[in-house]
Design a protein around this ligand. Structure first.
Ligand code: ZN
Length: 133
C-alpha cells in the first residue's frame, strides 16, 4: 500500500453535499461519475494531494443505500493506492484478511478496485485501488 488514495463518504443527496463540500474545501468537484454496476453516483474533490469521494445510492438495494440505512451518512471507506492489486490481494489473503473481491472490478475514477471486509479491519471498509493504465 503506497498511500491513502481517497476517503469515501456516503451521502443521501449528492447535490446538497456537492454544495457543502465546495464550501468546505473551496474547490469544485473535478469529476462526477456513475458506476452502474454498484448502483452508485460519485463526486470527486481534490484537497491538496488528497481526494475525497462522495457516494450517493442510485438503487435502493445498492451497498451505499444499505450502508445509509444501517449507519446513516458518514465515512464509508478508506481507499489505498496499490501498485499491483492482484499481488496485494494475495498478500492480504495470506495475512488472514477477508477479501470481498478476489477478482478486482472496475471502480470510479479509472481504477481497478477490491474491498476488504470491515469485520477483519476494526470496522473500517478498506478499498484497494490500482490506477488503470
Ligand atoms: Zn472509493
Amino acid at each position: 500500500m503506497r498511500k491513502i488514495e481517497h476517503i469515501g463518504i456516503a451521502v443521501k443527496n449528492l447535490k446538497e453535499s456537492n454544495n457543502l463540500f465546495e464550501k468546505l474545501l473551496g474547490v469544485s468537484a473535478y469529476k462526477e461519475e456513475e458506476v452502474e454496476s454498484e448502483g452508485v453516483k460519485t463526486l470527486f474533490f481534490m484537497n491538496g494531494p488528497n481526494k475525497i469521494e462522495l457516494l450517493e445510492a442510485t438503487k435502493p438495494d445498492s451497498p451505499i443505500a444499505k450502508f445509509l440505512e444501517k449507519k446513516g451518512e458518514g465515512i464509508h471507506h478508506i481507499a489505498f493506492d496499490v501498485e499491483d492489486i492482484l499481488a496485494e490481494i494475495d498478500r492480504l489473503k495470506n495475512e488472514g484478511f477477508i477479501v470481498l473481491n478476489e477478482t478486482p472490478k472496475k471502480g470510479a475514477d479509472n481504477k481497478l478496485v477490491a474491498f476488504l471486509h470491515p469485520k477483519g479491519t476494526n470496522g473500517v471498509l478498506i478499498e484497494l485501488c490500482q490506477e488503470i493504465k
